[in-house]
Write a protein that binds this ligand. Sequence first.
Ligand SMILES: Nc1ncnc2c1ncn2[C@@H]1O[C@H](COP(=O)(O)OP(=O)(O)OP(=O)(O)O)[C@@H](O)[C@H]1O
Ligand SMILES: [Mg+2]
Length: 363
Amino acid sequence: MAIDNNKLVQILRKVADPQSGNDIISMRLVEDLKLEQDSVSFSVNTAGLKDTEKFQLHENIQSAILSEYPEAKVNIHFVNKNETKRPLGQVKNIIAIASGKGGVGKSTVSVNLALGLKELGARVGLIDADLYGPSLPTMLGIQDLKPKIREMYGRHRIEPIEKYGIQTISIGNIVEADKAVVLRGPRLGGIIKQFINEVLWPELDYLVIDLPPGTGDIQLSLVQTVPVTAAVIVTTPQEVAVSDAIKAMNMFRLENINVPIVGVVENMSWFIPEDMPDKKYKIFGEGGGKNLAKASNSVLLAQLPLITDVRVASDNGEPVVIQENHLAREYYIEMAKKTMQQVAVRNEVLAPTQVVGVNIQQS
Ligand SMILES: Nc1ncnc2c1ncn2[C@@H]1O[C@H](COP(=O)(O)OP(=O)(O)OP(=O)(O)O)[C@@H](O)[C@H]1O
Ligand SMILES: [Mg+2]
């Protein structure tokens, strides 16, 4: 029986890539597919796989095809094309949320941006890269959950935790909060790499990364592990916050790092008392977000009000975006829309980001 091209692709969609857990068609690992009656040949990119995994993959492909076409002559070439296989190839956009100072609202922005993008129809993941002070488990109300560990092709893989329709991982779900603070230097980089390479991320439109404040080991490990599509800088309106934010921003703009800044979020722009929602008190001054946007040659993605109930929502694990009638919800949805637009512009105008190590080798 002649092999049907579409049917063959459907069969290969059921075979998992040992590295990502996604199927080998979605991961674009299959190339040069040739069909002739009951013979089929194609190549599979196995860069980064161990021999045992290659062996298993070969067997899985064979048996998937033979179960549908028992007479088929199957010819699989394994090729090693490292340059075409980037980490997180199943993720379209990786967005880092950064700031100079601590406590300006990165985590609140990250959670609500992720949920806002999801609300707009995107497939979204969220990494808590703040390994010293993970706050996303509380903000999402998943403090008591542990990610499932799955064995795939003899390797242990971590399944992200799903909440409110987004996929997420945090050190806070893996170790006790008081043990996370003892993690140092090289260990931190190792964990960031694990969050990228050993978590079974599905196909995603956006992966949002909540960073710790400043420009330390974690930021560096991130850009050395994965091509970060864009960075968003969070600041409060006052001048001192802006000068710190410029330092954070400059790290992304270093020649060999080169992650575009797509925008600035000004948080706590004015205080809105809940009993007088028409009032605006500019308690942290004004202009910071606009100035920073100018300095980074990007745009102001949002000015977010300071509202007691935004803090309460985070503490209760029910972020404002999932609360239909929340006073602040629209601000975050608008921020997500604008971020989506700016990332699209970035992808239109600029070349894809390179992982930092690769750049250094080229220069
Ligand atoms: N717009 C806002 N209105 C009210 N409270 C807010 C707002 N933004 C943030 N908060 C609150 O301020 C505190 C700090 O916010 P958050 O944890 O998001 O900051 P961060 O920049 O991630 O801090 P860190 O640098 O410690 O990681 C939290 O309690 C949060 O709920
Ligand atoms: Mg934080």
